[in-house]
Design a binder for this molecule. Sequence first.
Ligand code: SDX
Length: 438
Amino acid sequence: MSSATGCSNQTQIAKLTVEGKEFELPVVVGTENERAIDITQLRKNAGYITLDDGYMNTGSTTSAITYLDGEEGTLRYRGYAIEDIAEHCDFVETSYLLIYGKLPTANELNDFRESIRRHTMIHEDMRSFYNGFPRDAHPMAILSSVVGALSTFYQDSLDPHDARQVQISIHRLLAKLPTIAAYSYKKSIGQPFNYPKNDLSYCENFLRLMFAVPTEEYDPDPDFVNALNLLLIVHADHEQNCSTSTVRMVGSSNANLFASISAGICALWGPLHGGANEACVNMLKQIADDGCNVQKYVDMAKDKKSNFRLMGFGHRVYKSYDPRATIIKKACDKLLGRLHLTDPLFDVAKKLEEVALKDPYFVERKLYPNVDFYSGVIYRAMGLPVQMFTVLFAIGRLPGWIAHWVEMHQSAATKIGRPRQVYTGANLRPLIPMKDRT
Ligand code: SDX
């Protein structure tokens, strides 16, 4: 039994009574009044650990990067509302904000852009990696492999405690990830790789790397450039999600930034996490091919025996509408309207949302569309293949992963991540000789 006592202008404490003894535990109050019971001394003082599968109730750290309120559907990067950032900033500016903690001045942003532009090429020897992958290799597998291999080419910038080395690694990663991603796409369709161009913006360069062919000029469509900027911004960070926690965990061992980001890419790939955008579009296609029988799939999602979930629906933290889904859905409408395009999957998605949000099963569990529900509609309109959707999520999330990795190394409280467990296996028993084993 525990209770939080004390008023806000004093150090608050929680009291835990166990086996007749009372223990006082400090309460940590965040800048948005989130409260946490600090258990760092619990095992030493009370001989107990806590247990929390999936960390549903456990904070792994304090952080000043992103604030979200799952009940209110609020998301802020360094205190700025996601809606304002999406409206007024571009992705490189947002990356600067997340990583360095402030909105850049015009000069700071220009220097940042220029530095990133000058690191967009990858070592020519890295291009030969792609010859070794099968043509149907999933681009997320290629992305994590090639990003991890960056540490073999840049052995001069691996020390996580050398500020200069960390800075050059940050710029190299931000610059090269789109190139590495685009090359995985070109490999899959047997087209030649393009070189980046320094007179293009971040998103223009990526679209050109992806879609330009040597036989003709390529001018990135401004509507696609704007839509891509928006998508990358809303994916840029989301506090201690699965892949960011992975980056922090790997980085806590003093592994270099490239290795930590490579691990984050692997975690993001899972269909319960970033892989949901690919799984969602495949689900929408299945529903569209099945006569748009939306109710059938809503009923399947409610039937535990079906093992079917509405991909792009539900969230560990958001128990209201994911503010990113709102922004993306609006961008879908705008892009398809401007391009005079219709996408049956967008219609299916809107119908599915309408039916699900009236169904008590979803209402009671507070399951709403999340960031992955509508993003695939925009990616499709841009001509991206489904397998590249999670790769786009990774490009967007990169500045967030970097920001958390840097914040972790800058924190005096950081230790190597090493959770405890409650052992539930066999008690001590004698070894059975081979002749007696069955
Ligand atoms: C991302 O953490 C982040 O911030 C992640 C992310 C980010 O920006 O980094 O926001 C990105 O990963 C978004 C989520 C993408 N994943 C999906 O869209 C996959 C489908 N959604 C789920 O599998 C699920 O909602 C999770 C994984 C997202 C969250 O799962 P939780 O918090 O562990 O919730 P749960 O599995 O315990 O579900 C609670 C209940 C269960 O039913 P009951 O046991 O109470 O009867 O809700 C049900 C679940 O069966 N449920 C769903 C459902 N999601 C949850 N039922 C049908 N369809 C769904 N999508």
